[in-house]
Design a protein around this ligand. Structure first.
Ligand SMILES: [Zn+2]
Length: 414
C-alpha cells in the first residue's frame, strides 16, 4: 500500500517473511524494510543476517485485501430489522424503522465489530459509506470516524458521506449543506444515490460539484436498478470527459449496465476508461436485492466487470452490506465475494482476486502488490493456489500491514 500509514514498522527495521508461496508457484522470502517490501527472493538456505525472520511455512501469499465499498454503520442490523419485500426499497423501509436506535455510539460499536472481522480475513483498508440524512444528521459520519480512530492500529478506514436524496430542487439545499458539514467534520469522500433522485442526471451533477468543491474523491451508488435506460454512470463519465474535470471518481453497483445491449455497454465502458472512472461490482447484495419482480431467467444484477475490464476500466468488487436488511448474509470476507464473481460473473479466479485486492486499492487511491517498492501489506493463507484459496476461504490468515503482523492484540480496541 502506498497511503500514509496509521501503523508501521519502525523505519529501518528489517523482517524476512520466509517460505511464502507466490500465486505463480514460486517459493520466496519476502523482505520488508520499514513499511515497504524491499526484496522478493528465492528461499534462502539459512536465516538472512540482521533480520527478524517470520516463517510463512509455505502459505500462499496474496496481495493485501481491500474492501472498497462497505456500510459499516449498518453492519449486523439484520439482528434488529428485517426486509419484508427483500428488495432495495424494502431494505430502506426496514432501516427507517430502526433509525432511532442508530446512535453515534451504537454505530461505532457495530463498525468496530465489522472492522475486526474484515481484518481477521485479511483486509487492510476499507471505504465505508456513512448515511448522511436530515433525520440522522452526522451521527453515522461521526460514529464511523470514531471507529476509524479506534481501529487505526490494524485497518485503514475511509469514510464516504452518503448524502440523502433528493439533492436536486428546492428540497436539496439542506442536504447539500449537510454534505458540506460532513466534509468539514472529517469525511473523506462524497457519495450519493443519484438513481433514487427525481432528477438523476442533475443529482450526478450536484454530487460532482460537491466533490470538486471539497477537493475529495466521488463514489456514487450508480444505476442500482434493472432499467436499461438508467444512465448515472454514463453521465458521470461523460461530464468528466466533456468538461475535462480532474476528479477521482468511482461508480458502485452499476446494475443497469448489465441490462443494456452490448453496443451500449461497450460505448459506456470506453467512456469510463477515458474518464478514469473506476467501477465497483457488489455481487452479494445485488444478487439478494435485484430481480425479485422476475420469476424466470432472473437477472443477476451484477455490473459486467469482465467487459469493463476488457475496455481498460479499473474494476473492483466489494461486500457492500454485511448482515443487514440490504443483505442478511456475508462473512466480511472478500474471498467470499471473489467466489461469487467466479460462479456468477464468470471471472477467472486470478481476475476475481485482482478485484478484491489491487482493484479495490486502486479505487481507494492506494497501490498494493507483492513487488519491491510496494507497501509491505499482504495476507498469507493455507492454500496451494488462488483458486483453492477462493474456494476454501481458509481460516487462520496471517495478515501483514506496513511490515507489521496484525494479531489479535492489535485488533483489541478496548
Ligand atoms: Zn452501498
Amino acid at each position: 500500500m502506498s497511503a500514509a500509514p496509521t501503523r508501521t514498522a519502525d523505519e529501518g527495521s528489517r523482517v524476512v517473511f520466509a517460505n511464502g508461496l507466490l500465486p505463480g508457484g514460486s517459493l520466496v522470502d519476502i523482505t520488508s524494510t520499514g513499511d515497504l517490501i524491499t526484496g522478493v527472493d528465492p528461499v534462502a538456505a539459512g536465516p538472512r543476517p540482521g533480520s527478524t525472520t517470520i516463517d510463512l511455512e509455505g502459505r500462499l501469499v496474496l496481495p493485501a485485501l481491500v474492501e472498497p465499498h462497505a456500510h459499516l454503520d449498518k453492519a449486523f442490523l439484520a439482528e434488529r430489522a428485517s426486509n419484508d419485500t427483500g428488495d432495495l426499497m424494502g431494505a430502506i423501509r426496514a432501516l427507517e424503522q430502526v433509525r432511532n436506535t442508530l446512535t453515534r455510539a451504537d454505530i461505532r460499536d457495530r463498525a468496530v465489530r465489522a472492522a475486526v472481522e474484515l481484518s481477521r480475513n485479511g483486509v487492510v483498508a476499507v471505504r465505508t459509506h456513512a448515511d448522511t440524512t436530515l433525520a440522522g444528521g452526522l451521527d453515522s459520519v461521526l460514529g464511523l470516524l470514531d471507529a476509524k480512530d479506534d481501529c487505526s492500529s490494524f485497518i485503514d478506514i475511509e469514510v464516504a458521506a452518503l448524502v440523502e436524496w433528493p439533492l436536486t430542487g428546492r428540497g436539496g439545499a439542506d442536504r447539500r449543506a449537510l454534505a458540506r458539514d460532513a466534509i468539514a467534520s472529517g469525511a473523506d469522500v462524497i457519495g450519493g444515490c443519484p438513481h433514487l433522485d427525481p432528477d438523476p442526471l442533475e443529482a450526478v451533477n450536484v454530487l460532482i460539484d460537491l466533490a470538486l468543491e471539497a477537493g475529495r474523491p466521488l463514489d456514487l451508488h450508480a444505476d442500482e436498478n434493472l432499467r436499461a435506460d438508467s444512465e448515472d454512470l454514463y453521465h458521470l463519465a461523460h461530464r468528466i470527459t466533456s468538461d475535462g474535470l480532474t476528479l477521482r471518481a468511482n461508480a458502485s453497483h452499476c446494475v443497469s449496465l448489465s441490462m443494456m445491449d452490448e453496443f451500449r455497454q461497450r460505448q459506456i465502458a470506453d467512456l469510463c476508461a477515458t474518464a478514469g472512472v473506476t467501477v465497483t461490482a457488489l455481487p452479494q447484495t445485488n444478487l439478494f436485492l435485484q430481480g425479485r419482480e422476475h420469476h424466470r431467467a432472473v437477472p443477476r444484477g451484477i455490473a459486467p466487470i469482465a467487459l469493463l475490464a476488457s475496455a481498460g476500466v479499473v474494476v473492483a468488487a466489494g461486500g457492500d452490506n454485511l448482515q443487514d436488511p440490504f443483505n442478511p448474509m456475508g462473512r466480511a470476507d472478500p474471498l467470499e465475494i471473489a467466489a461469487l464473481l467466479v460462479v456468477a460473473s464468470h471471472l477467472t479466479p486470478d481476475h476475481a482476486l485482482q478485484t478484491i485486492s489491487t482493484g479495490g486499492a486502486a479505487v481507494m487511491g492506494l497501490s498494493c502488490g507483492l513487488e519491491p517498492g510496494r507497501r509491505a501489506s499482504f495476507v498469507a493463507v493455507r492454500a496451494t493456489s488462488v483458486r483453492q484459496s477462493i474456494a476454501m476461504g481458509p481460516p487462520d490468515r496471517l495478515v501483514v500491514h506496513g511490515g507489521v503482523v496484525i494479531d489479535e492484540q492489535k485488533r483489541n480496541t478496548k
